[in-house]
Design a protein around this ligand. Structure first.
Ligand code: BV8
Length: 241
C-alpha cells in the first residue's frame, strides 16, 4: 500500500474510539452492558414491551453526549485529518451513535447503527434531528403524531444501515483499519473477512487490547486510541510515495 493516488481506505470504528472522550463502551468491565441488559433496552421487542424504559435509556445517553465535557479526542481528529489529506477515498463506517466523528470534521461517514441525535417516526417514517428527551408524548416534527417516535438507532435483530454501500467499499478498498471495537457484534465484526476475500487489501486493528477478530488482521497495534490512531495516521501520511 502506498500508491498515493489510488489507495482507497475504509475505516471501522466502535465505542473504544469515544471512550477517552468520556463515553462508555459496551463490553468493558465498566461498560453499558455491565449495568443494563441489552434485551431490555436495545431490541425492537424491548421497545414494544416497555417503550418508556427504552426512551429513558437513550435519553440518559443523549444527555451524556451533549455534556460540555464530551468532545472529540485526538483519535477522531486524526481520522478527519486522514480524510482531508489523503488523495484517495477515505470512507469512515462507525458503529457508534454519537456525533464525535462529525464534530471532529469527518464527512464521508456512515452511521451503520444509526444516530442517537435523530428520531424516527413510526407513523410517517420521517427522520429528524432530536436533541431533547424523547417520551411517549413526543410529537413527530412532520406529521405531528404523538407516541410514534423512536430513537433512530439500529437495535439487535434489525438490519444495519447502508450495508450494500459498505460491502462494495470493503471489497474495493486497499486498506481496512478497525479501531476501538471488540469484534463481537455482526455484521461489523465480519467486515475484515469481506476485505480479505478481495485478496488485495492490507488490514490493521488499532485497539486497546486484542479484539475477538484480532487474528484476522495483517497488522495489529495496541494502545489507547488517542495515542495509536494519531501516530498511525502521521506515519501513514508521511510514507514515501
Ligand atoms: C442483524 C444499538 C440481521 C445502538 C447496537 C439473535 C437474534 C438477532 C440477531 C442476532 C442474534 N444472535 C446474533 C445476532 C446478530 C447480532 C449480534 O451480532 N449479536 C452479538 C451480541 C452476538 N447482530 C445484530 O442483531 C445486528 N443485526 O444481525 O440483523 C438481519 C438481517 C436481515 C434483516 C433483518 C435483520 C444489529 C447489530 C447492531 C445492534 N445495535 N447498538 C446503541 O445503543 O448503541 S450494537 C452495540 O455494539 C453498539 O452499536 C456498538 O457499537 C456495537 C459493537 O460494540 P463495540 O463498539 O465494539 O463496543 P465494545 O464495548 O463491545 O468494545 C469496545 C472495544 O474498545 C473493546 O475492544 C475495548 O478493548 C476497546 N477500547 C476500550 N477503550 C479503548 C479501546 N480502544 C482504544 N482506545 C481506548 N481508550
Amino acid at each position: 500500500m502506498g500508491q498515493r493516488s489510488a489507495g482507497r481506505i475504509v475505516i471501522l470504528t466502535g465505542a473504544g474510539i469515544s471512550k477517552e472522550s468520556g463515553l462508555d463502551t459496551f463490553r468493558d468491565a465498566d461498560g453499558i452492558w455491565a449495568r443494563v441488559r441489552l434485551e431490555d433496552v436495545a431490541t425492537p421487542e424491548a421497545f414494544a414491551r416497555d417503550p418508556a424504559t427504552v426512551h429513558a435509556f437513550y435519553n440518559a445517553r443523549r444527555q451524556g453526549l451533549l455534556a460540555e465535557s464530551v468532545q472529540p479526542n485526538p483519535a477522531h481528529l486524526a481520522l478527519a485529518r486522514l480524510e482531508a489529506e489523503w488523495p484517495g477515498e477515505v470512507l469512515l463506517v462507525t458503529q457508534n451513535i454519537d456525533d464525535l466523528h462529525e464534530r471532529a470534521g469527518s464527512r464521508n461517514l456512515i452511521h451503520m447503527h444509526g444516530e442517537i441525535l435523530k428520531g424516527r417516526c413510526l407513523a410517517c417514517g420521517a427522520v429528524s434531528a432530536w436533541r431533547e428527551d424523547m417520551t411517549l408524548e413526543s410529537r413527530c416534527r412532520r406529521c405531528e403524531a404523538a407516541g410514534y417516535l423512536r430513537v433512530d438507532v439500529v437495535w439487535f435483530g434489525e438490519l444495519p444501515y447502508q450495508m450494500e454501500r459498505i460491502y462494495a467499499a470493503l471489497e474495493a478498498c486497499d486498506l481496512f483499519v478497525s479501531i476501538g471495537t471488540s469484534g463481537v457484534v455482526y455484521p461489523a465484526a465480519g467486515f475484515v473477512e469481506a476485505v480479505r476475500s478481495s485478496g488485495r487489501a492490507h488490514s490493521v486493528e488499532l485497539n486497546l487490547e486484542p479484539s475477538d477478530r484480532h487474528s484476522a488482521f495483517a497488522e495489529r497495534i495496541y494502545g489507547p486510541a488517542s495515542e495509536v490512531v494519531p501516530s498511525f495516521v502521521e506515519r501513514f501520511l508521511s510514507e514515501p510515495g
